[in-house]
Write a protein that binds this ligand. Structure first.
Ligand code: SF4
Length: 334
């Protein structure tokens, strides 16, 4: 009887810059939770990546690591099945970053299309530091350290992954061995969820609903949502397909979305009623993660255990990869 084929490995991560929001839930966590069934998953809390932008006020990073870990666990990431770890607990990330930096031409980083975009998006931070230019190299190290075969990405992140693949090809060619695996994109079609003001949902815009928001905050935020701009009076027929509120119903209460659209088009209810009801839908939807969060907050030792266990498992793989690349590059040998 043949053994079971080895499962493919997946690496993904999140920067700990605060609590996660519905955009993170819909765009990443739902997908990650499913991937655990079929893949060998490594989920990283990328605190080195957070330091790149938060270096002026790093005191927030530990609390944010804790928040992201609670969000991971309360949304179904399972430390029994997946390796859930903090990046800086595995020092090999920094070590491999330096090795890969030696193999990465500066021009590859300067042409990175998201570099300038990020500089603009995070205009409140001074990101003209050496580390920020090189963050795709750290990302490459994060992935290849675990020889991940697949990286879940959206279309917009494909250039990053391409850079990782280029670095892998260059290192493998120069050391004369396939030491690193060229990761493939695992493209995921996730529903598009905009922020309360119809811009991209982002903490930097302050237009997000956090997974951990209590009911009264969810209510306040839902009531502030921008709706169909053409619907002025309650008696005006609305255009649900142009309304962000209806888009939320489609994602979080798909079975009621047709009814909501009908009431909107035929002016059977006003936007205030519609948003109030959405707040109830979201409150119910988020009740399970909220309960799990309360449980974890009451048992902080559980969080420490998860990180310790994750670090041990991640380090075992990372050290092996570092040994291989050190041998091939003559580091640490006489
Ligand atoms: S009734 Fe609802 S779906 Fe229609 S415009 Fe108002 S908030 Fe949007």
């Amino acid at each position: 009887m043949g053994g079971k084929a080895a499962r493919k490995r997946i690496l993904s991560g999140m920067r700990p810059t605060g609590r996660l929001h519905l955009g993170n839930l819909v765009g990443a966590l739902w997908n990650w939770r499913m991937l655990q069934d079929d893949y060998d998953c490594f989920f990283m809390i990328a605190d080195y990546h957070a330091l790149m932008s938060e270096y002026e006020k790093p005191a927030s990073i530990p609390a944010n690591v804790r928040e992201v870990l609670i969000d991971f666990l309360s949304c179904g990431l399972d430390p029994e099945r997946s390796v859930i770890f903090r990046q800086s607990d595995v020092v090999e990330h920094a070590e491999l970053h330096l090795v890969l930096s030696c193999y990465t031409p500066i021009s590859w980083l300067e042409r990175n299309p998201t570099y300038k975009e990020q500089l603009q998006q995070l205009a409140d931070k001074d990101l003209h530091n050496y580390a920020f230019l090189g963050y795709p190299v750290l990302q490459a190290a994060d992935i290849v350290l675990y020889k991940a075969n697949l990286v879940p990405v959206g279309e917009d992140q494909l250039p990053h992954l391409e850079l990782t693949r280029e670095v892998v090809r260059r290192v493998n060619a120069l050391v004369g061995q396939e030491v690193f695996v060229e990761p493939q994109a695992k493209l995921t079609a996730s529903p598009r969820l905009l922020g309360l003001d119809r811009r991209k949902m982002s903490k930097s815009y302050g237009n997000q609903i956090d997974i951990a928001d209590p009911p009264e905050v969810i209510h306040k935020k839902a009531m502030s949502m921008i709706t169909d701009p053409l619907r002025i009076k309650k008696t005006d027929p609305g255009h649900p397909d142009d309304c962000n509120v209806c888009a939320y119903y489609k994602i979080f209460a798909p079975t009621t979305a047709d009814d909501v659209a009908d009431k909107c088009r035929n002016a059977k209810w006003g936007c205030t009623d519609c948003k109030r009801h959405l707040a109830e839908v979201l409150t119910t939807f988020l009740s399970e993660p909220r309960e799990k969060r309360a449980e974890l907050e009451a048992h902080p030792e559980r969080l420490r255990e998860v990180l310790a266990e994750g670090a041990t498992r991640a380090r075992a793989v990372a050290q092996q990869t570092m040994d291989e690349i050190k041998t091939l590059t003559g580091l640490g040998k006489l």
